[in-house]
Design a protein around this ligand. Structure first.
Ligand code: G6Q
Length: 540
């Protein structure tokens, strides 16, 4: 496999970085009145301004050459063509088929998956309409009022994020809850507020073996059966899974199971039946708009030339900073309270996909890979960690995300929010010089250095017309393809997650000790902690 860090494009970028690192964003803007026009792109109702980055036309040209060296276009064709690009699990990666709104077949092993995709969507739609319209009733004849999504990781973060993001489109007589953690407090605190007669559980697990989800689903079933009897399970539990046998063993009839396929990775599964809670919230039509938004981005990513390609541009800018500037973090800052869970969602999408240390063929990588991603909604983050972004010693490239209009225009709130969205990226880019500090106001000499902002801190601004289902679909797909393109350039498999396995194995080994079984021989730290836990649990 080609080592991307040994290619001429990489070597040229290393040299180019040495020249451009001395240039301030102030100078780049002063030197080119057309900078914003040159370094911004749009697709439908999504606009990307990447002018406040430490780059020029030559940087982009070299980065695009890197993408050619890595054959991002070829890898994209393989993904859309249903090839088993997840090579360590020998699976196709075809979440794009789940939102394929065209008539084009999508093939896995020579078979068109689209009829199956459409059949599950129709099944979901009929069920969602029945629950939302009140024809689906609980075992005692009551309407469903609360929906509890039980799942974890890819079976939780997507639906939880999207239901909150699209709350203005939500059916008002349904309330949504998300239980993921194996900590019993999560399910107990949720059930405490609920009435079994009006509660529907959606158990979401691709494998239907995940420890946390099975523990939570079992506790929920016991709670329901205690109140309404075992026959009630059929009216209060549905499952989303690829494992029909395990769903049946749990006691959920196959009519109440919504399937998907092994070519849908957990963190890319929101578009499948894993999105059932979202469809229950916003209805089949808006769910279709959500898929259509992602499809629009898919078609753009697949067909747009590199100079106009939004996901590829974001990917290349990210690589520029991780690999050539050595900046290991990336902040995602939505100026949209309803996107509060978006950074957590992206954390999984990005860090589980690209947090890899070996190449696709198992050799240690010779360069850095995925950054540490974090974020909080603005303006809250401004009053918390932005201090470090502005004046700290680490440089953290950031994505600012906002919508021009809000579904909830309340007094002056949205202009206030947008003013902050614009001000923060401006402050990061341009800073405040010593001269500006002194000229701005009388200031004690000792305080002057504290009031200087170095600036030259890069960011992207992603602007939506409004946060609706279509735009959310576009936004998520934008990041999915960014992550994909980066993984291709880094030569890693973005679609496996072996790194989460070891902890699961060790937890299985430790559990018997905690449940009173024989102590496992381990290291002195684990044994010591187990002893301490044992003493405290014996005398709570
Ligand atoms: C995502 C991961 C992981 C997965 C969870 C839940 O890509 O594979 O987060 O989604 O471990 O798995 P199940 O859906 O099988 O319960």
């Amino acid at each position: 496999m080609k080592d991307i860090s040994k290619t001429p494009a990489w070597v040229a970028l290393t040299a180019h970085k040495r020249a451009i690192e001395r240039v301030h964003l102030r100078d780049l803007f002063a030197g080119d009145p057309q900078r914003f026009a040159k370094f911004s792109l749009s697709l439908g109702n999504l606009f990307l301004d990447f002018s406040k980055n430490r780059l020029d036309g030559e940087t982009l040209r070299l980065l695009r050459t890197l993408a050619v060296e890595a054959d991002v276009a070829g890898a994209t064709a393989k993904m859309f063509g249903g090839e088993a690009i997840n090579n360590t699990e020998n699976r196709a990666v075809l979440h794009v088929a789940l939102r394929n709104r065209s008539d084009r077949p999508m093939l896995v092993d020579g078979k068109d998956v689209m009829p199956g995709v459409r059949a599950v969507l129709a099944h979901m739609g009929a069920f969602a309409d029945a629950v939302r319209g009140g024809t689906w009733k609980g075992a005692t004849g009551n309407l469903i009022r609360d929906v509890v999504n039980i799942g974890i990781g890819g079976s939780d973060l997507g639906p939880a994020m999207a239901v909150q993001a699209l709350s203005p489109y939500q059916q008002k007589n349904l309330t949504f809850h998300f239980v993921s953690n194996v900590d019993g407090a999560h399910i107990a605190d949720t059930l405490e507020k609920l009435d079994p007669a009006t509660t529907l559980f959606v158990i979401v697990s691709k494998t239907f073996t995940t420890q946390e989800t099975m523990a939570n689903a079992g506790t929920a079933r016991d709670w329901l059966v205690r109140a309404l009897g075992a026959d009630a399970v059929a009216k209060h539990f549905v499952a989303v899974s690829t494992n029909a046998a395990k769903v049946r063993d749990f006691g959920i009839a196959s009519d109440n199971m919504f399937g998907f396929w092994d070519w849908v990775g957990g963190r890319y599964s929101l578009w499948s039946a894993v999105g059932l809670s979202l469809m229950l919230a916003i209805g089949p039509t808006q769910f279709g708009n959500f898929l259509a938004g992602a499809h629009e981005m898919d078609e753009h990513f697949r067909t747009a030339p590199p100079e106009q390609n939004l996901p590829l541009t974001l990917a290349l800018i990210g690589i520029w900073y991780v690999n050539f500037f050595g900046w290991s973090h990336h902040a995602v800052l939505p100026y949209e309270q309803r996107l509060a869970r978006f950074p957590a969602y992206l954390q999984q999408a990005d860090m589980e996909s690209n947090g890899k240390g070996v190449t696709r063929d198992g050799k240690p990588v010779s360069h850095a890979t995925g950054p540490i991603l974090f974020g909080e909604p603005g303006t809250n983050g401004q009053h918390a960690f932005y201090q470090l972004l502005h004046q700290g010693t680490q440089i953290v490239p950031a994505d600012f995300i906002a919508a021009a209009t809000s579904a909830t225009e309340t007094g002056r709130h949205h202009p206030l929010l947008l003013a902050n969205f614009l001000a923060q990226s401006e402050a990061l880019a341009f800073g405040r010089t010593l001269v500006e500090v002194v000229e701005a106001e009388p200031v004690a000499p000792a305080l002057v250095p504290h009031k200087v902002f170095p600036g030259n801190r890069p960011s992207n601004s992603i602007l939506l017309r409004t946060l609706d289902p279509h735009a959310l679909g576009m936004l998520i797909a934008l990041y999915e393809h960014k992550i994909f393109a980066q993984g291709v350039i880094w030569g890693i498999n973005s679609f496996d997650q072996w790194g989460v396995e070891l902890g699961k194995v060790l937890a299985g080994r430790i559990l018997p000790t905690l449940e009173g079984g024989t102590a496992v021989a381990g290291n002195s730290s684990t044994s010591g902690l187990l002893d301490q836990i044992g003493r405290w649990r014996a005398k709570p």
